[in-house]
Design a protein around this ligand. Structure first.
Ligand SMILES: Cc1cc2nc3c(=O)[nH]c(=O)nc-3n(C[C@H](O)[C@H](O)[C@H](O)COP(=O)(O)OP(=O)(O)OC[C@H]3O[C@@H](n4cnc5c(N)ncnc54)[C@H](O)[C@@H]3O)c2cc1C
Length: 479
């Protein structure tokens, strides 16, 4: 029996027969995540229910020299949970219990496999609020959100997942289990290791529990949908709102192509001739919300909005928000492959960046639609393509390289929320610089000396070389 066959039978003995999948038809579903054109069959999939079981898996994998790719729901958009060759996928969806809602300290403690929407609902049920709301929240896990430091539609006012992580339980590469953080609002004891694991994409340890900060639920909210005949007018409106010292909780943007697709998909009643749409939401004390939404409406008028629609009630607000929330699904219907990008620029550069994306797509004869979190400067240029057409895929890759390079010249970042994973690893060093990139490698080597935790993700080829089997090509397809 080979060392890895022995690993599988030991895992079955320790975790139970049904906790380990090895049949090809079972593995197929774990060969990819939400990222287009990346696939790799794992060696096996193992489901853990406790931190002790995660520890056993990591210890046994380390003894056998087998890489481990941690997985939540697999909705990631940068290839983070795509297996590396020969890897064991460690899936945490069965760690799905909310452990405590503490209404005195305003915290919630949950296992890593709890679905994000359930965190929101558990807080909401006691009059509290968990703000991070990635578009995937009905399926993504809280562990995946923390590992990617996910953002959402409320990021402008409320920040991203990192801003709500007070503590976590992590299993390290050698199988040891540690707690980082606590319920204290203030704590400066030692290095902030908790923050190191937020956004670490499964490369430094396995997050098994999280302690989250909750807020009081806002008493009122107002939603406004504004359309513009020119992109620059929409960008100017956003600048004017921020300059007026108003911070809406949501300030989302759709370009013309996205508006047309969403309307064909969701029938929200959007004007399909508009060049740009803004979805704006403010929340808080009823008097403040009333004041803010009135001032925002006036600024939209001043900056040339062609239509303005204020939601009359919560049901209409939800319908208007559908316009933004269904953007990805609506676009995904058009062509076989949807490549959703995630560049972020300082807000002052948004109009320039959108123009560059459109020019670049036209130059490469590509179909692109752009939407995103305008208030955060976070754009999702979405290429509509077909991964079976190698020549067109090559043009998409060339266009994306130009877009990433331009993003950096505008002072931006190659990813605002989807992470580096496999998809962006080739571009990270250009953004960080040599010294910072080398520091990341040092941290990885310290926490994972054998290079077995999600090898090759974030750090690219040299990081991948830490383990001999991690030679993923981009794209791979044996799944
Ligand atoms: C339709 C759609 C809309 C989306 N909208 C948004 C959005 O608005 N904002 C946004 O930020 N993202 C968005 N995403 C991307 C994605 O949903 C997030 O990155 C999400 O946090 C991933 O969660 P997951 O449970 O699916 O994790 P996975 O995809 O399974 O894993 C993501 C990464 O985290 C690691 N990981 C997962 N769990 C753990 C753990 N417990 N411990 C250590 N590492 C772990 C994996 O190894 C991998 O590197 C969207 C995706 C889709 C498909």
């Amino acid at each position: 029996m080979s060392a890895t066959d022995a690993l599988e039978s030991t895992l079955r003995a320790q975790l139970g027969d049904t906790a380990v999948l090895t049949a090809r038809e079972d593995l197929l579903a774990y060969a990819f995540d939400g990222t287009a054109a990346l696939r790799q069959l794992p060696r096996a999939v193992v489901f853990a229910r406790t931190a002790a079981q995660v520890s056993t898996v990591l210890r046994l994998a380390r003894e056998a020299g087998v890489p481990v790719v941690t997985r939540g729901s697999g909705t990631g958009l940068s290839g983070g949970s795509v297996p590396v060759p020969g890897a064991l996928v460690l899936c945490l969806v069965e760690m799905d219990r909310i452990l405590e809602v503490d209404t005195r300290n305003l915290t919630l403690q949950a296992q890593a496999g709890v679905i994000t929407q359930q965190i929101f609902d558990a807080a909401d049920a006691v009059g509290l609020f968990y703000p991070p709301d990635p578009g995937s929240m009905k399926i993504s896990t809280i562990g995946g959100n923390v590992a990617e430091n996910s953002g959402g539609l409320r990021g402008l006012k409320y920040g991203v997942t990192r801003d709500y992580v007070m503590g976590m339980e992590v299993v390290l590469a050698d199988g040891s289990i540690c707690w980082l953080g606590n319920k204290c609002v203030k704590d400066v004891a030692g290095y902030n290791l908790r923050d190191l694991f937020v956004g670490s994409e499964g490369t430094l340890g396995v997050i098994t529990e999280v302690l989250l900060k909750l807020l009081p639920k806002p008493a009122a909210r107002a939603t406004l949908l504004a359309t513009f005949a020119q992109m620059d007018a929409a960008a100017g409106t956003v600048s004017a709102i921020i300059a007026a010292r108003i911070i809406p909780c949501t300030l989302e943007f759709l370009d013309r192509k996205t508006i047309q697709c969403v309307e064909a998909f969701a029938h929200v009643g959007l004007p399909t001739e508009a060049a740009a749409l803004l979805l704006i939401e403010t929340d808080g004390h009823p008097a403040a919300v009333d004041d803010e939404i009135g001032r925002i409406e006036a600024l939209c008028h001043e900056h040339g909005a062609t239509t303005l629609k204020r939601a009359a009630d919560a049901a209409e607000a939800a319908r208007l928000a559908t316009a933004r929330r269904s953007a990805f699904s609506a676009l995904a219907r058009l062509r076989p492959t949807t490549i959703l990008e995630d560049v972020t620029v300082p807000r002052s550069e948004l109009a320039k960046m959108i123009r560059f994306i459109e020019e670049t797509a036209a130059r490469h004869r590509l179909e692109v639609a752009t939407f995103g979190h305008f208030g955060d400067g976070n754009l999702h240029p979405t290429f509509l393509t077909d991964e079976r057409d190698a020549e067109e895929m090559h043009r998409v890759e060339e266009a994306m390289k130009e877009i990433f390079a331009h993003t950096l010249t505008l002072g931006g970042t190659i990813t605002g929320e989807h992470g580096v994973g496999l998809a962006k690893r080739a571009f990270l060093q250009a953004q960080l610089g040599d010294a910072s990139h080398a520091l990341l490698r040092q941290i990885k080597r310290t926490l994972d000396p054998a290079g077995l935790l999600n090898p090759g993700k974030i750090l690219g080829a040299a990081g991948a070389a830490e383990h001999p089997t991690s030679n993923i090509e981009h794209p791979t397809s044996n799944g």
